[in-house]
Design a protein around this ligand. Sequence first.
Ligand code: EPZ
Length: 424
Amino acid sequence: MDQLIIEGGRPLRGAVRISGSKNSALPILIATLLTDEPCRLGNVPTELRDIKTTIRLLEALGKKIAVRGASVTVTGSGSLKTQAPYDIVKQMRASVLVAGPLLARFGLVRVPIPGGCAIGLRPIDIHLKAFRDLGAREISDHGDVILSAAPQLRAGRVRFKFPSVGATEHVMMAAAVTPGRTIIENAAREPEIEDLQDFLNKLGAAVKGAGTARITVDGRRQLRGAAHSVIPDRIEAGTYLIACAAAGGRLELRGARARDLSAVIAALRKTGARIAETKNGLSVDMRGRPASVSIKTAPHPGFPTDLQAPWMALMAVASGASIVTESVFENRFMHAAELASMGASIGVAGGQAAIAGVAGLTGAPVMASDLRAGAALLIAGLAAKGKTTLQRVYHVDRGYERVEAKLRAAGARVRRVNPARRRK
Ligand code: EPZ
């Protein structure tokens, strides 16, 4: 298995190009199931493992896919399978999002229920209740859920108990091919929802309100094909901003959008980082040690849970104490113990972590437990003195394209090794 070797303690300098958003590309690729006509998607982070998995999923369901660099063409009309393969859903929970489009188009779908993962139980009850509210019947069978709607789903009103990102996307997609008006209340407001709305409208649906808590979808039985370019990855951009604040230096993030990162930029400014919008994106300039700043994660526009772990790595080297509160996921502090092995002082109780910043971290062998925990350890490795060996890099590869190449271009000493391959 690949490892990253990081020789830390060097400031970052240079420019990094931000890739297309993983969490936007994923539902948009799945939304191509709504039409029989060709779709051409640009700025897709095709090197990410999760995007490769999504492409395999679409192929397993009957679509044909051509990938060229960051552009993906999806074709294939007519017969699609209405059963999602277990081995793919097991690898990537977001695969369940195929259920809604297939149910809405064909009146029947069978999908495995994804289990928990390192960051918590992650049930799909909000998704299932919404489909029941739109007239679906639900049967559980050997770990699968079978949803049926005869003759088809009914447009209507859905109100979420929590603004789930996945459930919002899921219902938007299904409603787009369900004639009549569907209203989603307490919808998630993430930028990825707005990107999906743009794509669905290009397909010929009429979707309004993304970015607010109330989304209206006027569905049409038949949608056409479309071309669309995916928005930049705000979480990748936020990770590099935080990395530069932790390691010091000056970095330009080409393609990053300030408006998607307002809570993160506000918190970073309080640490002493100077952040500015440039012609090409965003720049960050950090001199000296960061000041400590407490944060609490919340649905957008709050501080994103996906940057909680990177933030903890930054606070580990801040001057003073801070509290990091995780309010979106129940178990997203696996990185705390690994950061402690590098010299960080962190105490975790329930959904809160108390961090006493230390003057410096020391490189150590550490292990990524999930994608963003991996990003946090990478940041800690960049800020630490000495050598850090990050294991289970495959987690990082789910969400960061060419991470070592991008960091190297910014002056970091990072290389990928595979000890097993070397021994052969
Ligand atoms: C999306 O996951 C993202 N994934 C996650 O990014 C991100 O952390 C999360 O939104 C929150 O911003 C993708 O977009 C592919 P949710 P999603 O439904 O849709 C609970 C990353 O690192 N919940 O908003 O699964 C759930 O357990 C990933 O890139 C229910 O209780 O998130 C969680 O505590 C990880 N019942 C909370 O809501 C449900 O039916 C938020 O989940 C659905 C969710």
